[in-house]
Design a protein around this ligand. Sequence first.
Ligand code: PAN
Ligand code: ZN
Length: 196
Amino acid sequence: MFAMSTPFAYTLDSIQERIEGLTPTSRRLSSLRGQFLDSRAFDAQLAQGDPVLYEYYPVHRPEVAGELFSGLTTLYPGTVGGEYFMTKGHFHALLETGEIYSCLSGQGKLVMETPEGTWQVTDMSPGVVVYIPPRWAHRTVNTGPNKFSFFWVCPADAGHDYGSIERQGFRKRVVEQNGSPTLIDNPHWLPPAQRV
Ligand code: PAN
Ligand code: ZN
């Protein structure tokens, strides 16, 4: 089905936060409508412009078992109503697949949870590698004043399931309080048995 592949190399340029030779995919503020807690602040910010919140460079491979999907994501600094800029976040469509995130620059948090609502939030700074086990949804949050970038690798057939996160968000949100990143409960989050 797919041509036999041969080993290949690519260059993660951590200074310019890109993978040489690839074009990034961008997600703008408008693509995160409904994801930030303060929708008024979101609308007010969007009225001023639609900045890029993050960019990623996916190194695509055939979406079959055994192949690996990898790339680089860079999340810009900022907040919406005090909530730090973040990625959309997702479960993998093949729930039983994990992922590795490795921080290259900046400061952030990796917010994770299972379908049952067990959660964990892990600090990321350069050199930190986080193992995301199968079944754990994941979202990154830039809590620093500079760009936050990380390398990732997961099974190429993992796929992305954004649906449940788009509907209610993660159980924990990361907001700036007294100048520091603070975890708060997401008032919209419901345990699985109470969801419609
Ligand atoms: C990452 C993410 C990437 C963008 O490659 O897809 O950082 O985040 P969203 O997909 O949540 O917008 C990954 O976890 N892939 O599986
Ligand atoms: Zn993922």
